[in-house]
Design a protein around this ligand. Sequence first.
Ligand code: ZN
Length: 159
Amino acid sequence: MQGSSSISSSSVDALMPRCHCGVRSPIRTAWKCDYPGRRFYGCSGYETTRKCSFFQWYDPEPPARYSDVIRRFLETNEGIISENTELKKTRQELLDELRRLQQSVHETRAKLEATVAASMAMEDNMLASVATTRKRGVVIIVLISVIVLLVFFPIKVAS
Ligand SMILES: [Zn+2]
């Protein structure tokens, strides 16, 4: 009946019964029973090597309803604990997902920056190429003009 229990802070007094060991039994609180929190007298050597089974309730037996209410509280508490565990798990999953997404964004940004740099280099090359082509065009037009002028207006060598 005792289950897990704790010794209450009340000091030893003359009303305390003596256990089988002959010493005054302190008041303890039982938690793992039909009425969690119900106090009892137990041997001061309980949970030690001393084998003393002395047990006597300190609190009177509560009404049956008390047991039902306590059971419901315990069930609700278990529900909350398991819900909390689920929430922690979900939170961890979300954090993992967030970390993956951040990594992905980081990689995509690096790729994008490399692509932009390559594109800018290509544009520079194209502009340089266009400038060169324009210069050549001007030279060709000048040469053609000179040839045409020479054909139609040949220089007459003074004789
Ligand atoms: Zn004892």
